[in-house]
Design a protein around this ligand. Structure first.
Ligand code: SAH
Length: 457
């Protein structure tokens, strides 16, 4: 049997040398890594070993012997434990450095482009209370309907009232809705048995408009006493302009089901971004940090240097925010997006802002891009903003085939972005600069923008 330098339940003292990308402290015992929650580089900690795996183990802090100068005292441990704010114990300026280093690291190790500058992370003046959306599981805890968040790597609900990184008006709304649901004896969902009614509560709030949307994700369609419940919610929360029921009967981790019913209002909220107005429906993606999304997009436009004769493509367009923010500064905008409702929003949003120079297509980015390349569309700038898994080789090939002057890549996953930059470079598009923007303060998520130009230019 293989032996390890530590054993389960052992207590020992270690020095923390680094942070994992998830924000856990790393200590090494004779070369064997131990991952420790709520421990920072530079700290000396007495730990208790929880788990010993093949390549690494986990331990928890028992006692701090030496603390880091960058530690934020009194960070709520629940926020770290649930993963809501896994960096809440690290000072904000260090969080920004941590994120810049992560991007620089993948640019070096994955993209093998150490020469491409990675600029200092653009942060927030107030890095709390920024989320405009909450997605909260509803479960029974100690015989009561509870709202909160799962303990990391588990499905145990930890009741939480103050989410810290969420708009405080959303925290208040969750508590008020929870209390109304309790009064009406609404049954929380039970994951193990796939019984009960209410699975998740989703709340969205327009950052500039204050308009709120409430989404009940339920297991069944039949919603007992729905009229009385809606009446109480709209009375208690006058900013709620729409309430939607999403039905998900499956035993699954996926939050939203296919079927949707608008219970109250128009089924969408309005918000503004960079001075344009947007409809946002329940199923549409919308950046959760409005102020930072504005900085992110502004960085992308600064990199693109658009001119009035430009044709642009907004790939993975969601409700159209990236293209529509500059539709009055360019000749033509093309966008594509796989979620049908989001495409409908983008079309409505173009109209709402008075644009007639936009085309939105529903479909997978890979297919639509190949089609557009075949049709001979010649964009000057292509903006891409894919989900975490990044781009596919066929999408990258179609983009380069269109021969744009610039490609601006917005990424929520630096590792897949770095992988894709290698492919772009092989096809003649070289990364020039990377700008991390902190869209998710207090969490380990890193967002960045990189621009590429043709090598012959
Ligand atoms: N640019 C938008 C949305 C970015 S999020 C904004 O800034 O708000 C990424 C978007 O890609 C989501 O709307 C998601 O629905 C969409 N998407 C995911 N996979 C896709 C695919 N294969 N093809 C097209 N769109 C996809």
């Amino acid at each position: 049997m293989k032996t390890y330098p530590v054993t389960k339940n052992q207590d020992l003292t270690v020095d923390i040398i680094d942070l994992t990308h998830e924000g856990m402290g790393i200590a090494k015992v004779e070369g064997y890594p131990l991952f420790i929650e709520n421990a920072l580089p530079g700290e000396t900690v007495e730990v208790h070993v929880l788990k010993v795996g093949n390549k690494f183990g986990f331990a928890k802090v028992k006692n701090f012997i030496k603390k880091s100068a960058h530690r934020v005292e009194n960070a709520d441990e629940k926020l770290i434990r649930t993963g809501i704010a896994p960096l809440a114990h690290l000072s904000y300026d260090q969080q920004l450095i941590f994120k810049q280093e992560q991007v620089a690291n993948v640019m070096k190790k994955v993209a093998k482009m150490p020469e491409v500058p990675v600029l200092p992370t653009i942060g927030m003046t107030d890095p709390t209370g920024y989320r405009n959306k909450a997605q909260i599981p509803v479960r029974r805890v100690e015989n009561q309907l509870q709202t909160g968040f799962y303990r990391k790597n588990s499905h145990d609900l930890v009741p939480i009232e103050h989410f810290y990184i969420q708009d405080p008006a959303i925290d208040t709304a969750i508590i008020q809705i929870r209390d109304i649901l309790r009064r009406f004896h609404v049954k929380p969902y039970n994951e193990e048995t796939n019984e009960g009614f209410l699975r998740h509560l989703i709340i969205r709030k327009g950052h500039y408009t204050g308009e709120m949307m409430v989404v009940f994700v339920t297991r069944k369609e039949k919603f007992f006493q729905v009229d009385q419940i809606l009446a109480q919610i709209t009375q208690a929360l006058p900013n709620v302009v729409t309430i939607v029921q999403n039905i998900n009967e499956d035993k699954t981790n996926v939050i939203l089901g296919k079927q949707e019913k608008v219970l109250f209002g128009p089924g969408y909220i309005n918000d503004q971004l960079l001075g344009k107005t947007y409809h946002i429906s329940a199923k549409s993606f919308y950046q959760v940090n409005t102020l930072q999304a504005e900085k992110l997009y502004q960085t992308a436009y600064d990199f693109a240097q658009l001119s009035p004769e430009d044709i642009i493509i907004d790939a993975y367009s969601g409700i159209g925010t990236i293209g529509l923010s500059v539709a009055d500064k360019v000749k033509q905008v093309y966008g594509m997006e796989v979620v049908e409702e989001a495409v409908q929003d983008a079309i409505a949003n173009a109209k709402l802002n008075g644009f007639t120079n936009t085309t939105y297509v529903a479909g997978s980015a890979e297919k639509v891009m190949a089609q557009w390349a075949k049709e001979g569309i010649q964009p000057d700038v292509i903006f891409v903003d894919p989900p975490r898994k990044g781009l596919t080789p066929s999408f990258i090939e179609a983009s380069c085939q269109m021969n744009p002057q610039k490609i601006v890549y917005i990424s929520c996953s630096p590792a897949t972005m770095a992988r894709d930059l290698v492919h772009f470079a092989a096809l003649g598009y070289q990364a020039q600069q990377v700008q991390p923007v902190d869209l998710f303060p207090m969490t380990n998520h890193v967002e960045c923008v990189v621009w590429m130009s043709r090598k012959d230019k």
